[in-house]
Structures are given as C-alpha cells and as structure tokens.
Design a protein around this ligand. Structure first.
Ligand code: ADP
Ligand code: MG
Length: 322
C-alpha cells in the first residue's frame, strides 16, 4: 500500500463521521431515496451504509476503489461545474486504505456482486443475491493507522459527530429518508416526504421548530429558502445556523453575518437565531475545491448574496409582524 494513499486518506477520512458523510453522499449521488446507516462501537468496529440507488456496474467496481480513477474532474474548468457531491474520486479509495471494506451492489440485474477490498486491493468478487442498490461495510476503521486512532475522542463524541453529519444531510435532502442505527437501536429517522420543518423538529425539537417561519426569495443568480426562528427563539451560539449550498453543508462567516444583520436590533447582543438556509446557485459561481472536506467554499458575487439574505430576513420578520 502506497504511503501517498494513506496520506491522502488521512485528509479525507479523519474519523468515523467522515466515513458516514462520504458514503451517504455517494448514495445521494447514486439517486438513492432511502439510506440506512448502522454503526458499532462508535463506528470503529463497523459502519454499514445501504442505499437503494443505481448500484455499481461490475466493470466499474475495480475503478471505484482506485484513487482518482473515477474523478469527475477531467479539465480544470470542471472544478467550477460540479453538480454531484463527490468529485475527487478519493473517498472509497481513502476509506479502503484505512479499513477492511466489503461491498454488495446490484444495478438491477438478477444477481448482485459481492467484493472485498483489503489493503486497498479488490481481493474477491463473486455473484450474490442482492437487491438493487449498494451496501458498503467498513470494518475495523484505522486498524492500520494507530496514530489516527489515538487522536479520536470518546465513542460518545464520535457518535455525536455521526449524528451531526446525518442531521446536516437531512436538512439538505428532506426528500430522502435517512435512518441511523447504533447496533440494532435506532438513533434517528427521517420520513423523506419533503417536509423540511419535520426534519428541523426531529433535530432541534418541536418547541424550537414551532417558533420558526418559512422564507423564500430569489434574484438572477441565487435562490434562497428555508426556515428562520422568531426573535424570541434564540441561542447563545451560532451552531444552530445551518447553511446549505447546492446540497452541501458549508461554513461561511459572512453569510451568517448577513442573516444576523437581517434581524437587526430584534436580536439581543450575544444571541443567535436558529436558521436553516438553503442556497441554490449556478455551480459555476462556487469553488468547492478549497478544502478536502469541502465545508469551506469560495463564492463569486458574495456581496449580492449577502444583500439578498439580509433583505429576505428583514422582510420575513416584518411580514410576521415582528
Ligand atoms: P467520487 O464520489 O468523488 O466520485 P468516491 O470514491 O466517493 O468518489 O466514489 C467512487 C465512485 O464509485 C463514484 O464516482 C461512483 O461512480 C461509485 N459509487 C460509490 N458509491 C456508490 C453508491 N453508493 N452507489 C453507486 N455508485 C457508487
Ligand atoms: Mg464520493
């Protein structure tokens, strides 16, 4: 196994929640409508992600686990034109570099395929009964990188991070049904019926969700929508302000600022609203390729977007008589 692969793996796969994020994003890219995630021992013993998506064709299977072999980027222009969540072709190879992977997949044939990837190599591939879709089993995460294991926090913390990842994705994709299990115990579940407010209630509780109102607006470049909390429902930190850009959870201080500005003096100093802000924009105006975990992005026309957010928040709060 090449050292460069392990180094690359370390950048993409930091902890169990990174595995969950990458595998669920793959399921979403594969047009799944139902995604089940099961973990054992905080994800270190096992993580299983099953989806009902397109499946992987037999011929593509060896490539799926080769670094960059499936990269959707063929020219530098493509960097700015990414519509799927994955694009580097690094996730599966990185996961396989630091764990023992089993995969079961079926594109809708009478029979599916089962394969194992040990030390980054596809060791066996055999036909097996399987329904359409893909199941990836990640066993013994970081078994071969003890330094990484040491850096991890308690199981409780790692579980909380996995829950966060699934929650974030459920805010971006209310049309998909997600189920998360700790062993046989269900941790969370979403209906997948498109009702974003229901998912917000699932995550933050009904008390908070009840105090949130919808907003939506657009201009030539951006479409924004979501829910924002009434000024009486605030929190002492910004962790309850979620920004989802073209289906990705992102962090952006400037955009958070514009939401807060929209509340103006209605917000007490040191208090922050609960918000789910979905932004849709031309992929050409985003550069997602700033960090391997893709949470930070650069935007063109950021000032125009900030203005749209601030004005929409102001108008929404005014309309609700606040
Ligand atoms: P990327 O998502 O950046 O393309 P990944 O390493 O995450 O790279 O996945 C490699 C490829 O394997 C994907 O491009 C896709 O073709 C295929 N693949 C991975 N997971 C799934 C899945 N759950 N269903 C269908 N195809 C998948
Ligand atoms: Mg991917």
């Amino acid at each position: 196994q090449k050292l460069s692969d392990q180094i690359a793996a370390g950048e993409v796969i930091e902890r169990p929640s990174s595995v969950v994020k990458e595998l669920v994003e793959n399921a979403i890219d594969a047009q799944a409508t139902e995604v089940d995630i099961t973990f054992l021992e905080g994800g270190l013993k096992q993580i299983i992600v099953s989806d009902n998506g397109t499946g992987i064709a037999e011929d593509d299977l060896p490539l799926a686990f080769k670094r960059h072999a499936t990269s959707k980027i063929t020219t530098t222009d493509d960097l700015f034109n990414i519509l799927t969540l994955g694009f580097r072709g690094e996730a599966l190879s990185s996961i396989a570099a630091v764990s023992r992977v089993e995969i079961l997949t079926n594109t809708g044939e009478p029979q599916g395929i089962k394969a194992e990837i040990i030390d980054g190599k596809l060791t066996s591939q055999e036909p097996i009964a399987a329904k359409k879709g893909t199941q990836v089993k990640v066993n013994d995460l970081f078994y071969n990188t003890p330094a990484r294991l040491k850096y991890l926090k308690s199981q409780k913390t790692e579980i909380a991070k996995m829950i966060d990842v699934v929650n974030q994705l459920s805010l971006s994709y209310p049309d998909l049904s997600f189920r998360l299990f700790n062993g046989s115990k269900r941790v969370s579940q979403t209906a997948g019926d498109g009702d974003l407010k229901k998912n917000i209630a699932n995550i933050y509780g009904r008390q908070i969700a009840q105090k949130m109102v919808p907003f939506a607006s657009e201009n030539v470049d951006f479409e924004i929508s979501g829910f924002l909390s009434l000024p009486e429902m605030t929190r002492s930190n910004r962790n309850y302000m979620s920004i989802l850009l073209n289906g990705r959870f992102i962090k952006n201080y400037q955009l958070s600022r514009s939401m807060i500005n929209g509340y103006g003096s209605k917000l007490m100093v040191g208090r922050f609203p609960v918000v789910v802000l979905n932004i849709k924009m031309d992929a050409n105006l985003v550069d997602v390729n700033v960090h391997p975990t893709k949470q930070e992005v650069r935007l063109s026309k950021e000032a125009q977007l900030k203005e749209l957010i601030e004005q929409t928040f102001k108008a929404t709060l005014a309309k609700n008589n606040l």
